[in-house]
Design a binder for this molecule. Structure first.
Ligand code: COA
Length: 150
């Protein structure tokens, strides 16, 4: 059951990519070597100083993506993820983008937010084909390329 949205922390810009990486890997992202890649800007939700949710606008090879989305397991299902994605959409629109793309671990979450699953398995440098050797593939991760017209 969702808690009252009035008690949700508002997303704000953050530069703490280390905290995002820690939250994301604790939330199930496939660990990646080194710092998060291509982050143009990121939003976080905080309880006190503690990061409990994050999302980023990423640029890779000239393609923009929604990336690095995670919400602390104790804070899920109360709208934080949706509010963070909405901030990235605003930022993408402000940059003149007309589409927002992502490689989703959980396409159902993005579909709730107005994204559609793309028929192809690749977009720019991102490909679902790369995922098939991953131990998370179709166990905790159901990757798909998704897109939302802005
Ligand atoms: C996916 C994740 C970010 C969702 O965060 P959240 O704060 O719980 O999401 P919200 O409460 O804003 O949910 C928004 C909508 O998506 C739905 N939703 C949430 N998680 C979902 C999931 N795993 N599958 C399908 N729909 C989901 C919610 O029910 C809600 O829909 P509604 O408005 O119709 O009720 C969070 O579960 C998470 O961090 N997961 C692990 C990390 C991860 O896999 N990140 C990449 C996501 S592709």
């Amino acid at each position: 059951m969702k808690g009252p949205s009035t008690s949700n922390p508002e997303p704000r810009l953050t530069e703490d990519l280390e905290a995002m990486k820690t939250l994301g890997e604790r939330s199930g992202w496939e660990p990646e070597a080194g710092p998060l890649k291509g982050v143009v800007l990121a939003y976080g939700c905080f309880v006190g100083d503690r990061l409990v949710g994050c999302a980023a606008l990423q640029v890779l090879d000239g393609h923009y993506y929604l990336e690095y989305v995670a919400v602390d397991s104790a804070m899920r299902n109360r709208g934080l993820g949706a509010s963070l994605v909405a901030k990235i959409e605003e930022e993408a629109r402000a940059r003149g983008l007309t589409e927002l793309w992502a490689k989703a671990r959980l396409p159902g979450f993005y579909e709730k937010l107005g994204f559609r699953v793309h028929s192809g398995d690749a977009h720019g440098p991102k490909s679902v084909g790369d995922c098939k050797a991953c131990p998370q593939y179709h166990s905790t991760c159901y990757p798909a390329i998704v897109m939302k017209p802005l």
